[in-house]
Write a protein that binds this ligand. Sequence first.
Ligand code: CCH
Length: 291
Amino acid sequence: ASGSKVTAESATFSDYQKVYNQIAQKLVDVETDPDEGSYGPALVRLAWHASGTFDKTKGDGGSYKGTMQYKTELSHGANNGLERARDFLISIAEQNKWISHGDLFTLSGVVAIQELGGPTIKWRAGRVDAPESETVVEGRLPDASQGPPHIRDVFGRMGFNDGEMVALIGAHCLGRCHTKYSGYDGPWTFSPTYFTNDFYKLLLDEKWHIRQWDGPKQYQDTKTKSLMMLPADYALVQDKEFKKWVQKYADDNDYFFSEFSKAFSTLLELGCSFKADTVPFEFKRLDDQEN
Ligand code: CCH
């Protein structure tokens, strides 16, 4: 739609690729707290929390209405720290007034996964903003202090099976916990700005003990004492069925990438209805484009 004014109805692949590029370029350009390295992990978490509220029996929640833009949803306890990610996207939203918040938040998660070395994620456009009054009830996202039955309940409510749940939680290869946001502390891997299957490898290969500190119960690696696992992460090796998947993804990075890619695409579309002819887009990484 070059020259003319872009709208959500007229927007083409190239309009969305431009938004992708603006987000990707901002990830490179923006000066970050040295502790963070990149806004990418926070964008992945934003896309996930905007989507993971879906309830398949009630048919509500999910990213469609973009209600994560509002204070009501951002102030849910599970979303502590996500203002950072939302604020990062404000300049992008201002440059592209035609894109809905649901589309922007989910697209930004796709950008972050792809630019941080992860798989290509198929993504569709067409979410429509709703008013703040349509914000989903609080309490749909998983509780990090819990074990296998809770993980199965919460991800089962979204419609995922064991293999998909374990694949999705592998996104903890990225980023870290911040005491000021969740009470938990530290990164899961040694390379928190690269998307890899290291989460599974470390979970299986390292020795883990309960960290002695005045914070909430979390695990610490015995060798370097610099990595962490949440009780909900550790649940993936405590449960025999989950552990089989952890082993598969640890053994085969390509398999993990393809399973993660499918499950993450599905996650971002929970509760969304698109026009019948909406084709999934596959965006090009910044590095793969000619200048
Ligand atoms: Fe997560 N996650 N997550 N997570 N998460 C946290 C941070 C990230 C749980 C709890 C937490 C997924 C599943 C789960 C990311 C992606 C995904 C934090 C720390 C907690 C607590 C927040 C803080 O302190 O800043 C629990 C529990 C579950 C499941 O049971 C899934 C699924 C995904 C994506 C597909 C990413 C990325 C982060 C890092 C954010 C950052 O700012 O570095």
